[in-house]
Design a protein around this ligand. Structure first.
Ligand SMILES: O=C(O)C1=C[C@@H](OP(=O)(O)O)[C@@H](O)[C@H](O)C1
Ligand SMILES: C=C(OP(=O)(O)O)C(=O)O
Length: 437
């Protein structure tokens, strides 16, 4: 467990870890390249380590420099049948994207599994469209849950209209499409993160996009490439909210990805009154990368609409924290997907914030939160979920007494240095006077 002490402010500058979604994709696409993909600033989290370990089990050449964070992946002779189970650990992205990647490799047999949390998460949303392309997949609960067994076959493209807005489902189908016969089109209900599309474009792979529709074509091998992965906006989100809700903050977050399909949190917080600016924007590997400066802000409540959700899906727990510190009512709807993440994030945040005295009502698909509430110190649980641990730690910064957080080590999934960074960012600020002892 760890103690988080209330702080007057978040001060200084920070570089957050490399983007997790982009890191997964760079490694997985490297496995379709003879020359290989080499990236700087690869995510240091355990989720991306799971992806690298699965790729090694399938015979890829994977090199990781622990000091610089540079990772290279190539498969000069193509992906091989794994001689062991592929363990995706806690990572939904690993399990779902690998399923798409390998189901079109004729004759390959693989079993994909994960930890207790991942074994509870839905996989049918990926398995079903792949089966419609001709894949042979079976698993627990008729292919709905891990472990899943896949026997690779020659797939046929086609048009896939998704029911759920999910970049993981979209990407799994597109990855399968790179090996299928004919064109493969995905039509999304709402635009989700488009890192796969940007990366394929950057690699010079034929891809056609218009609105919610994206089409890929079969390729024999991808070109090699090398670039730097920008910082993870989902990691930056914790510091953005931390700076906004504490009284004497001024924080610069350097070289962070500002792809608009990821920055919905900024648009919502801007509506709520966030004092921030974005500068020094450049492109890296086709992705926008910039410095975000955030200052203490007077926030007002807002209504978050279902169509805004995909662009901030992983930031909703920390948005709930911001809402407790905003004047008036914040309503967040259409976020039912949060119930099938690493934990039931709607329930986990309701429980944690209620224990701190927040006025939060749990809805089936979101929350109604009334503010501004003076949060109190409390003993809280992470539910084994990295986003919950970090969001509740941020809430602790604005409380009137310490938060004792249990199960904090799960931050290693996406942001291993989170608590060291927190310490560094709060050394220039004063711990707030404790109200109670
Ligand atoms: O494609 C990705 O890299 C991700 C997509 C999102 O999941 P869904 O596709 O299930 O919405 C997100 O929650 C996850 O953290 C990463
Ligand atoms: C939901 C997440 O990841 P994944 O789906 O890859 O487990 C996340 O990182 O918040």
């Amino acid at each position: 467990m760890i103690e988080i002490r209330p702080q007057e402010g978040i001060v200084g500058e920070i570089k957050v870890p490399g983007d997790k979604s982009i890191s997964h994709r760079a490694a997985l696409l490297g496995s379709l390249s003879r020359e290989g993909i080499e990236v700087e600033n690869f995510s240091p989290g355990e989720d991306c380590a799971s992806t690298l370990s699965c790729l090694r089990t399938m015979g890829c050449e994977v090199n990781k420099d622990a000091v610089s964070g540079k990772v290279s992946v190539k498969a000069p002779d193509g992906l091989k049948e794994p001689n062991d189970v592929l363990d995706a650990g806690n990572s939904g992205t690993t399990a779902r994207l690998i399923l798409g990647l390998i189901s079109g490799i004729p004759n390959i047999f693989a079993v994909i599994t994960g930890d207790e949390s991942l074994k509870r998460r839905p996989m049918g949303r990926v398995a079903k469209p792949l089966v419609a392309m001709g894949a042979k997949i079976d698993g627990r609960e008729f292919g709905e849950k891990l472990p899943l067994a896949v026997r690779g076959r020659k797939l046929t493209g086609g048009v896939h209209t998704l029911q759920v807005a999910s970049a993981q489902v979209k990407t799994a189908i597109l990855f399968a499409g790179l090996r299928a016969q004919g064109a493969t089109t995905v039509i999304e209900p709402t635009l989700t993160r488009d890192h796969t599309e940007i990366m394929l474009e950057h690699l010079g792979t034929p891809i056609f996009r218009k609105g919610l529709k994206v089409t890929v074509y079969p390729v024999s091998s991808l070109k090699g490439a090398s670039w730097t992965i920008p910082g993870d906006f989902s990691a930056a989100a914790f510091w953005i909210v931390a700076a906004a809700i504490t009284e004497k903050s001024e924080l610069q977050i350097k070289k962070v990805n500002v792809n608009p399909t990821r920055t919905g949190l900024l648009r919502v917080l801007q509506r709520m009154g966030l004092d921030y600016n974005i500068e020094d924007e450049i492109l890296s590997g086709g992705e926008r990368m910039a410095t975000i400066t955030v200052r203490s802000s007077y926030l007002k409540g807002t209504k978050v609409m279902p169509e805004e959700i995909p662009s901030m899906i992983d930031e909703l727990p920390v948005l709930a924290v911001a809402a407790t510190q905003a004047e008036g009512t914040t309503e967040i709807r259409g976020a039912g997907e949060l119930r099938v993440k690493e934990s039931d994030r709607i329930h986990a945040m309701t429980e944690g914030l209620k224990r701190m005295g927040a006025q939060i009502e749990e809805l089936q698909d979101g929350w109604i939160i009334k503010g501004k509430t003076k949060l109190s110190g409390a003993r809280l649980k992470s539910f084994g979920d990295h986003r919950i641990a970090m969001a509740l730690a941020v809430a602790g910064l604005a409380a009137d007494d310490s938060v004792i957080l249990e199960g904090e080590s799960c931050v290693h999934i996406s942001y291993p240095s989170f608590f060291e960074d927190l310490k560094a960012l709060t050394t220039k600020s004063q711990p707030k006077e404790r109200v109670s002892s």
